[in-house]
Design a binder for this molecule. Structure first.
Ligand code: SAH
Length: 220
């Protein structure tokens, strides 16, 4: 007799992911850990990758794009220091997994994705989980979203050659932006804070994201 309990052990695998990949590497923000404990990551990847949903690496999501390694999601979300009242802008919806983490922590999330098919799927993924405080738009996220600005927090989940000027402009006073900046082959995750009208920048860990493609980023 096959053991049916091993057929869907996603809760166990998710717990192990939090313990071995995220807590073990020093992420301690309980609200981030709880959000990631609750969100079923396997539902954001194609069926053929569902078994690998909790492995310690990015996974293909089609169209040459990837869903980030779980640790990177945790690290960047912790760095953003989201408060419950925050208005958040996300660039690069992808599968919507990172969007779901942000939406669990903030008041409102505006998520921009340049590929329509991914945006549509991300929106479906969030609807299925009952997360309704998110608006999805298709377009070039390097221009931000002037109609919903200013933003308390901005997260970019594709690698930029420099900090897009529109995004720093749309950051609220006291706001924080987290984004990977560098070469197309490797970037550093930057944390940017607007304080007394001035932009302060700090460098954190190296990373490898797909390219941010747009007017104020890489060409296609
Ligand atoms: N955070 C996502 C993964 C993002 S992959 C997840 O959790 O699944 C990076 C995404 O950024 C890709 O879907 C890519 O199409 C998108 N992207 C690249 N350049 C963009 C731009 N200028 N504006 C909006 N989205 C962009």
């Amino acid at each position: 007799m096959p053991d049916i309990s091993t057929h869907d052990n996603s809760d166990e695998r998710r717990k192990a992911m939090i313990r071995d990949q995220i807590l073990a590497r020093g992420v301690r923000d309980e609200s981030v850990l709880n959000a990631m404990r609750a969100i079923p990551r396997e539902r954001f990847v194609a069926a053929e990758y569902a078994r690998e949903a909790y492995t310690d690496r990015p996974l293909p999501i089609g169209h040459g794009q990837t869903i980030s390694q779980p640790y990177i999601v945790a690290f960047m979300t912790e760095l953003l220091g989201i408060e419950k009242s925050n208005n958040v802008l996300e660039i690069g919806s992808g599968t919507g997994y990172q969007t779901a983490v942000l939406a669990s922590l903030a008041a409102k999330v505006h998520s921009i994705e340049r590929l329509e098919i991914l945006s549509r799927r991300a929106s479906e993924n969030l609807n299925r989980l009952g997360l309704s405080n998110v608006s999805f738009a298709v377009g070039d996220g390097t221009l931000g979203s002037p109609e919903h600005a200013p933003f308390d927090r901005i997260m970019v989940t594709a690698g930029a050659p420099q900090v897009p000027a529109s995004l720093s402009d749309q950051l609220a006073e006291g706001g924080i932006m987290v984004l990977p900046v560098g070469k197309s082959s490797e970037q550093t995750i930057l944390r940017i804070v607007r304080k007394n009208g001035q932009i302060h920048q700090s460098h954190t860990i190296p990373c490898r994201f797909v390219k941010l493609i747009g007017r104020d980023a890489w060409e296609e």
